[in-house]
Structure formats: structure tokens, C-alpha cells
Ligand binder design. Structure first.
Ligand code: PMP
Length: 533
């Protein structure tokens, strides 16, 4: 299968292929669980894949910006990954080795440790986990509880850490007395109604107050877990200055800081690890997805002085997947050697500015944000207008005339490029400006519009583009393309997305009722008249 952008448009099902495709989908919905997720919104049957491209059983080709929920740093079936996997298969090495030492594992740990943030790599220990991110999150909680003798965990609103009990609780889905939730900084829907660096400063002050107030009702926790960019929470990059402040707060109080880099790791955000943007070195890192090079692998990496839990404190049969370790070593080395994190930063910034154009043209695109190749568009109901949603940030106010394109001072999503809490807001003499809450009062972004986001996802699929939905209200269209994305491919992705948004914006779903800020454009041909969407 050759990969080209043109090829992704082509391919119509022969009668037989269509029958096969439809039959598989029919059997899936008859036999698989009601809890299935991606399969509902993406009725495709992948049979071949290479790089950015997936080919379905119906012969259609798709540009895959879901990338296994952000797993595929090198896209599908990258030659270095295939070579590494074949190398293990041909060598006669055991495929499963529990937690025994093997040359394949030794090479993986060496490559992993050389990438770690300064101060951690030299003193790191690694625990291999059951091969899902959520299991590594559970292990991290056990680790810090054992190391501190404390039980509580602090986590952030909007977080996603997985589907097992402790990880779910930290994600806010299951009430757990041991988890305390703190506000995560965000501009567009800032919980404090100010956004930008001031919003981030208030978020860190809240954390400080909960930690220090003896009457806060929250004992000192065993650890604090955060995502440097919230992914499932709606593509929300934490400002670097906020990250540094949180690091300082936790360090001063001997609270281990756990960075969940399951989704942000291995170059995705434009740095090898997303914590590298801020220079923060966490005590613990939870890693999965890209580190397995598309095969299941999850680890916790932590500083050696925390390594006081007893043998067997965390275990699991499938901790020794040699194919995943080999694929992971090849992926980590390829990203490092080819400077793909830098490439993600450059290309991501370019894509973000094109997405901002889109948001200025369509009122239903309320906000665009992201870091590196982790990008999102928040779809809103423009008819509901400002005032009906949750608290708005400065960005909403700046764009109140258009109701779109909220990119506040401080950078929606790219806040990391700005000065942080207490810096940008200071007038220069070191005194903080009073927060103009009254000016923002009542100025709120329009409500999230999950049905518009779902319509955009469907229109993207009709055009041969796979995107993910996320965010608190499933109203954020997410792009997680491979870091190997070419300029030509990125243009094709954005063209298809723009066409999809325009179609939805002009429809009743997008509240456009046929209106748009752009003159109507001819839609490109879809892969098939009866396309999957
Ligand atoms: N943490 C983060 C930040 C994630 O994005 C995810 C998965 N989306 C997880 C943990 C859980 O990983 P898994 O689905 O492999 O359990």
C-alpha cells in the first residue's frame, strides 16, 4: 500500500468488498459490548494501514488523525517499527518474559532513560505495568502512598487518567474521598472568569490554599497527578509558569508530583516530554501509548528515593511484552534521532494558525488551541450567544463581536509561550494588577455544542478524514496526527477539516441555516457516494 494524499481520496467498494465491510460492521454491533466507543462514531473496518493512511474493507482510504488515540507517534506500520518487531520474531527470543531481564528490555530501558528530564534520568527506576496507561496510573498511586505513608491524591478538574478504579476517581468520574480536585487553568472556559495568566495564577493560589489551610478539610496528599496538556479533557495545555508554580508548591511540601504523559509523551506536544516545555522535573512519570510503538506497553518511572514499596506491590502477567519493548525502543530512538518533537512544534504552530482562520470565519468554532501536534477546535452554539455558557475567559470577551476565534492574550492553549501566573499581569513594579472581574462579569462563551462537533466528525469521515472528539462536553474536535506528517498531508488534513466545518456551519446543525462568513465552496468528491459517514 503506497501512501499519498491523493490515494486517500480514492477507492470505491466493489460489491463484494462492500458486502464484507457491511457484514463485519453488522456483526460487530450484534456481538460487541454496548460500552464500545470509537466504533460507534467511526463505522470503518481497517484492513491495511501505513503512516497517516488507513484503508477500509470497503476500499476507501482515510487520513487518520486519531492515531490510535494519540498512540502512533510514527503513524501506522512505520518501517523501523516493523523491522524491530521482525527482529525479535526472527531471533527466537521469548515473546513474553514476565518481569525477567532480557536484552530487548535492557535496550528499551536504556533508550527510555536517556530521554528523561534532567534530574530524573540519572536517578530513575522503572516499574513495568499491565500494558495499559490506567494500570500505570494505579501503580503510581501505590508508589507514592507507600513512599509518603499518606493516602490522599490531588488531581485536576477535567483530567483523564484511565478506566480502573483509582484512575477513574482521579478523572472525576467516581467520587472517592481520597481524591481532591483542583482547578486546571484554561482560558476559554476559565473557572474564575478571567483566563490567561491571571486565571492560571488563581488556579495555583487555590491549590496552595487547599494544601496549606489546616481547615481546608484536605490532609496533605500522597501525591498530585496532572497532565501537562489535558487531552481527553479538551486539549488544554497548562501554562509553563503554572507548571513551575505547581512544581514549587509540591516540592516545598514534599508532595510527589506525578506527570501523566500517557498521551503527551514522545514528542507529541513539541518537546520530547511535555514537562520539558516548562523545565519541570516531576518525581513520577506515567508513560504508555507511544512508548510501545503501537503495541501495548505501560510503565511508571520515578526517582530512586521513592522506591520503597515491597516486592509484589504492583504486578501483572503481561509486563514483559518483548515485541512492544522492541517497537517502543525503535520509536523512541527514531523520534529522538530525527528531532520529531521539533518538527511537531513547527508544524503544530502552523496548523494552529490555519485553524484560527477557520475559527474567525465560522461562529460555531468557538476556540482553537493546542500544543505541537495535539490540536483541538471547540464547537459552540453560536445562536445561544455569549452569556449562556460557563464562565468565559478574556478570549471570549476579545471575540465577543464574532463569538468565535477566542485566542486571548496569554494564548489560548499556547499559554506556555507567554509569561505565567503573576508575570504578565504585573504592571512592571512587581504589584499585581487587580483582577477586573466586573469587566468580565456576564461575558461567557457560547455553550458547548456536542451535536455540531459530532456533525463535523461525520463530515470529516465523509471526506476521508478521521478525527477524535473530546472535551468535557464531547464538543472538541481533536487532531492527533503522527509526528511524521508531511506538509502536503497537513494541508490535505486541514482542507478536509475546513470543508467539513463549512458544510456543518452552513447547515441547520451548525445554526448557520445556510449562512456562513465565507462564500460557498464546492465540496470535493467524497471517496464514495455512499461513504461511510
Ligand atoms: N492517561 C491519559 C492522559 C490518557 O490520555 C489515557 C488514555 N487516553 C490514559 C491515562 C489511560 O490509558 P489506557 O487507555 O491505556 O488505560
Amino acid at each position: 500500500m503506497t501512501e499519498s494524499v491523493e490515494a486517500a481520496h480514492e477507492g470505491c467498494a466493489s460489491g463484494d468488498a462492500r458486502l464484507l465491510h457491511d457484514g463485519i460492521l453488522r456483526r460487530q454491533s450484534a456481538r460487541e459490548s454496548a460500552a464500545r466507543t470509537y466504533a460507534r462514531a467511526l463505522p470503518i473496518v481497517p484492513v491495511r494501514a501505513r503512516g497517516l493512511t488507513i484503508e477500509g474493507a470497503d476500499g476507501r482510504r482515510y487520513l487518520d488523525c486519531l492515531s490510535g488515540a494519540g498512540t502512533l507517534a510514527l503513524g501506522h506500520n512505520h518501517p523501523v517499527v516493523l523491522e524491530a518487531v521482525r527482529g525479535v520474531l526472527d531471533s527466537g527470543a521469548p515473546l513474553l518474559a514476565l518481569d525477567l531481564a532480557t536484552p530487548v528490555k535492557d535496550a528499551f530501558v536504556t533508550e527510555l532513560f536517556r530521554t528523561l528530564p534532567p534530574g530524573l534520568g540519572e536517578r530513575a527506576r522503572v516499574q513495568f505495568c499491565g500494558p495499559a496507561g490506567t494500570d500505570a496510573v494505579e501503580a503510581a498511586f501505590k508508589l507514592v502512598r507507600a513512599a509518603t505513608g499518606r493516602t490522599g491524591i490531588m488531581a485536576f478538574a477535567g483530567a483523564y487518567h484511565g478506566m480502573t478504579d483509582g484512575a477513574l476517581a482521579a478523572s472525576g468520574h467516581a467520587p472517592d474521598v481520597r481524591v481532591t480536585r483542583l482547578p486546571y487553568p484554561q482560558d476559554y472556559r476559565c473557572p474564575f472568569g478571567v483566563g490567561g495568566p491571571r486565571g492560571a495564577e488563581l488556579a495555583s493560589r487555590w491549590a496552595e490554599s487547599v494544601l496549606d489551610d489546616p481547615k481546608s478539610g484536605v490532609p496533605l496528599p500522597a501525591g498530585m497527578i496532572l497532565e501537562p496538556v489535558q487531552g481527553e479533557g479538551g486539549v488544554l495545555p497548562a501554562p509553563d509558569a503554572w507548571m513551575r508554580r505547581i512544581r514549587q508548591l509540591t516540592e516545598e511540601r514534599s508532595v510527589p508530583l506525578i506527570a501523566d504523559e500517557v498521551q503527551t509523551g514522545v514528542g507529541r506536544t513539541g518537546a520530547f516530554w511535555a514537562v520539558d516545555h516548562s523545565g519541570v522535573t516531576p518525581d513520577v512519570m506515567v508513560l504508555s501509548k507511544a512508548i510501545g510503538g503501537s503495541l501495548p506497553l505501560a510503565v511508571v518511572v520515578y526517582r530512586d528515593d521513592l522506591d520503597v514499596w515491597p516486592p509484589g506491590a504492583h504486578a501483572g502477567t503481561f509486563r514483559g511484552n518483548q515485541l512492544a519493548m522492541a517497537a517502543g525502543t525503535a520509536t523512541l530512538a527514531y523520534v529522538r534521532e530525527n528531532r520529531l518533537a521539533e518538527r511537531a512544534a513547527t508544524l503544530g504552530a502552523r496548523m494552529l494558525s490555519r485553524l484560527r482562520e477557520l475559527s474567525s470565519q465560522h461562529p460555531c468554532v468557538g476556540d482553537v488551541r493546542g500544543r505541537g501536534l495535539m490540536l483541538g477546535l471547540e464547537l459552540v452554539d453560536p445562536e445561544a450567544g455569549a452569556g449562556a455558557g460557563t464562565a468565559a475567559g478574556a478570549g471570549a470577551e476579545a471575540n465577543a463581536d464574532t463569538g468565535a476565534g477566542a485566542v486571548p492574550e496569554g494564548g489560548s492553549g499556547m499559554g506556555a509561550e507567554t509569561t505565567g501566573p503573576g508575570e504578565a499581569s504585573a504592571p512592571g513594579d512587581g504589584t499585581a494588577r487587580p483582577i477586573a472581574l466586573s469587566a468580565d462579569h456576564g461575558r461567557r462563551p457560547p455553550p458547548a455544542a456536542p451535536e455540531i462537533a459530532a456533525a463535523v466528525q461525520r463530515e470529516c469521515l465523509r471526506r476521508g478524514l478521521i478525527v477524535e472528539l473530546g472535551g468535557r462536553h464531547a464538543s472538541v474536535v481533536r487532531l492527533l496526527p503522527p509526528l511524521t506528517l508531511t506538509d502536503e498531508q497537513s494541508a490535505a488534513v486541514l482542507d478536509r477539516l475546513a470543508d467539513a466545518v463549512e458544510t456543518v456551519a452552513r447547515s441547520d446543525t451548525g445554526r448557520g441555516g445556510g449562512r456562513s462568513r465565507l462564500p460557498g465552496r464546492q465540496l470535493p468528491p467524497t471517496g464514495c457516494p455512499d461513504g461511510a459517514g
